[in-house]
Design a protein. Structure first.
Length: 290
């Protein structure tokens, strides 16, 4: 092989392979980080275009405080981190390359407290740190044989669908591309360590996932569930990763435990079971439990 070809090949492979912090997993990434960050920022704007920010000053402050604490202990503390609380019953949350994070108020009921919120945020931030979006884009681009490089753009419909679904926002365009088991496990593993380093009791992550799993049976199942299956495989993985996170937690000076428990506005009337209505011939008392 010609020497210069060899050099080019080596440079290409060095760019393409990245080692993920905490999990030490090798990742194939064909998208330059600056471009990934630009996509993240553009996608954030698109996703939140018609959304309303929450006016609850206190909850906004709590979200920023938990988010900043996690961002600071992450491998990318210098990103332009932004945390927005969206007023919506949707149970959803996401983080995008470039440090753009959104949590919907509907999700807070499942989070219940700061440590629950830290579970969601650290998991989502872990997807950003591990560059799962860029990895998924790389895979999709290789599969479809699309152009890799400077020509990639959100303005092209096919490429936009690839980019948005790779970032976990495909739902906006009617496509769900769930994160793979491997990516989910990795985000859990990294997330647990980050939440512990940020001062939140990692044990609460197990309780959060239990609550989340129960909420799947609700009338409005969490949107987050379409990309985040809460099943036995996940819980098993979480238990495996927990000991390392607990070790980090023991060695951290500033501990917040579960943090503040959220004082959320009462759920809308429709969630309260209706009083039994009289049925002709049957008394209401007969319908009520003893
Ligand atoms: Zn995930």
């Amino acid at each position: 092989m010609h020497k210069s070809v060899k050099v080019i090949l080596i440079v290409f492979l060095l760019t393409a392979c990245a080692t993920t912090p905490i999990s030490d997993r090798q990742a194939l990434i064909l998208i330059p980080q600056q471009q990934e960050i630009l996509f993240g920022k553009q996608a954030y704007k698109k996703a939140l275009k018609d959304q309303k920010d929450s006016e609850n000053a206190h909850l906004n402050q709590v979200l920023r405080r938990v988010g900043q604490r996690i961002a600071e202990v992450s491998a990318m503390p210098k990103l332009d981190w932004e945390f927005r609380l969206i007023e919506s019953e949707d149970k959803n949350a996401f983080a995008l390359p470039g440090g753009k994070v959104a949590v919907y108020t509907g999700m807070l009921a499942i989070c219940k407290n700061e440590a629950g919120l830290a579970t969601v945020l650290s998991h989502e931030i872990a997807h950003v740190i591990a560059r799962h979006g860029a990895q998924r884009m790389s895979q999709q681009l290789l599969l479809t044989g699309a152009m890799i490089g400077a020509n990639l753009s959100l303005r092209n419909n096919t490429q936009r669908n690839i980019i948005m679904s790779a970032l976990g926002l495909g739902v906006l365009y009617g496509i769900t591309l769930p994160f793979s088991r491997g990516d989910e496990g990795e985000a859990d593993q990294i997330g647990l360590v980050y939440m512990a380093r940020a001062g939140y009791d990692p044990e609460e992550a197990i309780h959060f996932w239990q609550r989340f799993s129960e909420a799947k049976g609700d009338k409005n199942p969490p949107e987050w569930a379409s990309t985040h299956p809460a099943d036995k495989t996940r819980v098993k993985g979480l238990r495996t990763y927990l000991s390392r996170a607990k070790y980090s937690y023991q060695n951290i000076k500033l501990k917040y435990g579960l943090g503040e428990t959220f004082n959320l506005p009462a759920p809308a009337d429709k969630n309260i079971p209706e009083k039994p209505k009289p049925v002709p011939g049957v008394s209401v008392e007969a319908l009520s439990p003893n």
